[in-house]
Design a protein. Structure first.
Length: 438
């Protein structure tokens, strides 16, 4: 094994500086969208005198706002600065999240939830773009996973903390406190993060040059695409969009309605509901780390996505058929389902920058994420409607099960091996920086 150079040793700072910043930012974004389920479980509808249908609509409107500005937002990020625009988004979504605990009129609350989605819309693809500027192909699944861990880790601690916070105060105060945290974090984000290595004074000049040289060599091995229309019409981009629509339909329906399902099934206090809701996400964190490591080590992506999503769908079906006969086995199925829903995120989002050049990769990530947002809208709304009209949580879990299985099926079949396994085809491209990550 080649001995690490001083420049490569300096590059280890990326993992301690960039990744914690993007992790916390995405965690706060996920916190301010996922805590709605606890407000619903804690009596939001009764306090605001709104019907179950309107509560379902409030949960879903976030995703409608999240869907609309994805690609335009990424274009702005590319033209200006991901660092600056994410800072502005932190301030905006923290304010809108806090207003959820203040507003008492349904239609104003509906507008607020829609604007919360708009404020968060471009942040996830922008964070992924930041990672493509800082981490090579051999590191990307692990870097993406450490970003995506903000999703289950947030739900893990939020499920426990929000339950106790609501019990200690009320659901309104919980929204206000958790929204204010995002506003405060905005200042730290602005201080810690830079858009590209060349702007980072905390890296040596030789480290910046080595990293940017490796990233430039990666771009030379990718197929050229003249514009976004060409990228958006690519057969495999379309497949990823369809996959992420159905994947998100399943996962967001699960996240937002899991506290309600557990609360109704166990009849426990809201703080105990929070603890029970947290356990599936602990399993998800562990499996995400394992899958991302295996994906980077084998330089395979798709093979670590579709089988796991289909297993998640089967596990949700198991919860559907057993929930009415006893909570224990159904709860075990929920733990398996949650861990398998989250595990493939790292390999999945490593696919796009390995398929497409950087002039179209960011916008393509935005397109895929917008399809996921649309799936999230139908997932939250559809599961809520089924729960309202059937007076049971089981039918919603069957819908999520079917969606997750279908998301896995979409990725089956032929796939250009060079684009999806390019690290195996040209391992010398990032040898110098890859060595630092080992």
């Amino acid at each position: 094994m080649q001995t690490s150079t001083p420049a490569h040793a300096d590059l280890r700072k990326r993992w301690a500086r960039i990744l914690p910043a993007v992790f916390i930012t995405y965690s706060l974004a996920y916190l301010d969208r996922a805590n709605f389920g606890f407000g619903a479980a804690a009596g939001m509808a009764q306090a605001l005198h709104i019907s179950g249908y309107r509560t379902d609509l409030l949960g879903a409107l976030f995703f409608l706002g999240y869907f609309l500005p994805q690609v335009p937002g990424v274009i702005l990020v590319r033209r200006y600065s991901a660092r600056l625009l994410i800072f502005l988004a932190l301030i905006a979504w923290g304010a809108f999240a806090a207003l959820t605990g203040v507003i008492r009129t349904f239609w104003l609350l509906a507008v607020d939830r829609l604007l919360l989605g708009v404020a968060e819309s471009f942040v996830f693809p922008a964070l992924l773009m930041v990672l493509t500027h800082w981490f090579t192909r051999a590191e990307r699944s692990r870097a993406n996973t450490l970003l995506m861990l903000g999703n289950p880790v947030t739900v893990l601690w939020m499920s426990a903390a929000t339950g106790f916070l609501i019990r200690a105060t009320n659901w309104q105060q919980a929204f206000i406190i958790e929204g204010a945290i995002a506003v405060v974090w905005g200042g730290f984000w602005l201080a810690f993060v830079r858009d590209t290595p060349r702007e980072a004074a905390w890296l040596s000049g030789s480290a910046r040059a080595d990293l940017e040289s490796a990233l430039d060599r990666e771009q030379q091995s990718l197929p050229r695409m003249a514009n976004l229309r060409t990228a958006f019409r690519d057969r495999n981009v379309i497949r990823l969009c369809i996959n992420y629509f159905f994947w998100s339909l399943g996962i967001y329906g699960f996240v937002l309605w899991l506290p309600v399902v557990i609360h109704n099934a166990t009849k426990t206090a809201i703080d105990i509901t929070g603890l029970l809701s947290a356990v599936p996400y602990l399993a998800a964190v562990l499996l995400m780390l394992a899958i991302s490591h295996l994906s980077d080590r084998s330089a395979r992506r798709r093979e670590f996505v579709w089988p796991i999503l289909m297993l998640a769908g089967v596990a949700l079906a198991g919860s559907y058929f057993t929930l009415g006969h006893g909570f224990g086995f159904a709860y075990g199925c929920l733990i398996i389902a949650a861990s398998c829903m989250y595990a493939p995120y790292g390999p999945f989002f490593a696919m796009v920058p390995e398929m497409l050049p950087k002039n179209v990769a960011g916008e393509t990530l935005g397109l895929i994420n917008s399809c996921g947002a649309l799936g999230g809208f139908f997932g939250v709304w559809g599961v809520g409607l089924l729960r309202t009209f059937t007076h049971s949580s089981q039918s919603g879990f069957l819908l999520m099960s079917f969606s997750l299985i279908l998301s896995g099926v979409v990725l089956l079949g032929d796939w250009p091996s060079r684009q999806m396994r390019i690290a195996q085809d040209d391992p010398a491209t990032e040898n110098r920086v890859e060595h630092e990550a080992q």
